[in-house]
Design a protein around this ligand. Structure first.
Ligand code: SDX
Length: 392
């Protein structure tokens, strides 16, 4: 049940570490959190229950989940001085650097900033799980010039986040259970993914002894790139550009294959999954269910389905083992929920948070951990003597 998996150490594929959190078999399309298949968790679990599993290694009892939920729901509030921070950013700021700044700022309130003492570690875990959604909602509201809403402890984790994001003081916020369940599932699907770029970043920064907040903030920066978590925003912009210009699927696919323009089929391809991304299949089912009920949103879904169909029957993509990844359909659902495309990677961040925290804890609590120090292949000039400037 546990085996040593040795990774070839080559460029882009470094044998990073040993971990007991997530197992991926890229050829078989297997993804398991602490041994539980992602398909079963997406169907039966909730994001907070899955977060507990990823963080502590076991599915919680009802009492453990109730205490975990209570601890988080009572930590959503931010220090009032932190709220002022959002006014410093231009209205058009991308929410990912704003979120990274907010999480870095949280570390200034953590006393002691770095401690592996159980009580402090638990407190920092709850505070991050609770306050990142608040930071995300406050950054979004601030970008719209709208008033922020204080968290409501009586609401569930997802409901509270949606209300802080879309609610306004002048009227009650109506919870849409379909949207809540869809976001719950999407966050479950993003909770962890072993040594992806951002999680490896969190581990690398944490290996120096940097505290949990600063390590997670570095993960936010890594996730923001369009080749990683930023892909969900890039997919929607790709579909909107095709819709608005009337560019056909065949023309776009040919442009990708020509490679001249550097245009990629965003939301396709994966370093590990070489047949299918099990998460993409689950997202696609939810996208179909939600978008068919919401007129106007299914136009981009039909375009996405046509793109997938064209790619699946084209050797360029099948020979390179390029299939939809988790980002291909998620943006369609986020957009149907009412989020603008620049918020999609923020939602990815909220989902990935328990995974980042779990990896930081796993590494920091392991006495055998050493500071990360990758080596390189030196390709520069081997040696030469100094030349005075008047002889250059
Ligand atoms: C995530 O690692 C994780 O687990 C990440 C993630 C997670 O949960 O943390 O799963 C989340 O980041 C998903 C990936 C989201 N990114 C995108 O959708 C961006 C588009 N995809 C690509 O940029 C690419 O597929 C990557 C970055 C995802 C993977 O890149 P690799 O493994 O380095 O593959 P590669 O760039 O070496 O490509 C191999 C070949 C190349 O062609 P050739 O040079 O052999 O002719 O496939 C081509 C590439 O040009 N290719 C694509 C393509 N992806 C790869 N061609 C067109 N469109 C694409 N999307």
């Amino acid at each position: 049940t546990t085996g040593d998996v040795t990774l070839d150490v080559g460029f882009g594929n470094t044998a990073a570490c040993r971990s007991a959190i997530t197992y991926i078999d890229g050829d078989a399309g297997i993804l398991r959190y602490r041994g539980y298949p992602i398909e079963q968790l997406a169907e039966h679990s909730t994001f907070l229950e899955t977060s507990y599993l990823v963080l502590y290694g076991e599915l919680p009892t009802a009492a453990q989940l109730a205490e975990f939920t209570e601890r988080i729901s009572t930590h959503h509030l931010l220090d009032e001085r932190l709220k002022e921070m959002f006014r410093l950013f231009p209205r058009r700021s991308h929410p990912m650097p704003v979120l990274a700044a907010g999480i870095n700022a949280l570390s200034t309130f953590a006393m002691p900033p770095v401690s592996l003492e159980e009580k402090t570690l638990e407190q920092q875990t709850y505070r991050l799980m609770a306050q990142v959604p608040t930071l995300a909602a406050y950054g979004y509201k601030n970008s719209l010039g709208l008033p922020t809403l204080y968290p409501d402890e009586s609401l569930g984790y997802i409901e509270n986040f949606l209300r802080m994001s879309f609610g306004v003081p002048s009227r009650p916020y109506e919870i849409d259970d379909t949207i809540v369940r869809a976001l719950d599932v999407l966050l479950i699907l993003h909770a962890d993914h072993e040594q992806n770029c951002s999680t490896s970043t969190v581990r690398m920064v944490g290996s120096s002894g940097a505290n949990l907040y600063l390590s997670v903030a570095a993960g936010v920066s890594a996730l923001s790139g369009p080749l990683h978590g930023g892909a969900n925003q890039a997919v929607i912009e790709m579909l909107q550009q095709m819709r608005d210009t009337g560019e056909s699927v065949a023309t776009f696919v040919q442009k990708v294959k020509d490679k001249k323009s550097g245009v990629k089929l965003m939301g396709f391809g994966h370093r590990i999954y070489k047949n299918f991304d099990p998460r993409a299949q689950i997202v696609k089912r939810h996208a179909d269910a939600i978008l068919r009920e919401r007129p106007g949103h299914d136009e981009l879904l039909d375009l996405a389905l046509a793109l997938e169909e064209a790619a699946r029957s084209d050797d360029y993509f099948t020979e390179r083992k390029l299939y939809p990844n988790v980002d291909f359909y998620t943006g369609l659902i986020y957009q149907a929920m009412g989020f603008p495309s620049n918020m999609f990677t923020v939602l990815f961040t909220i989902g990935r948070l328990p995974g980042w925290i779990a990896h930081w804890r796993e590494q920091s609590l392991d006495p055998a951990t050493k500071i990360g120090r990758p080596r390189q292949v030196y390709t520069g000039v081997v040696q030469r003597d100094y030349v005075p400037s008047d002889q250059r």
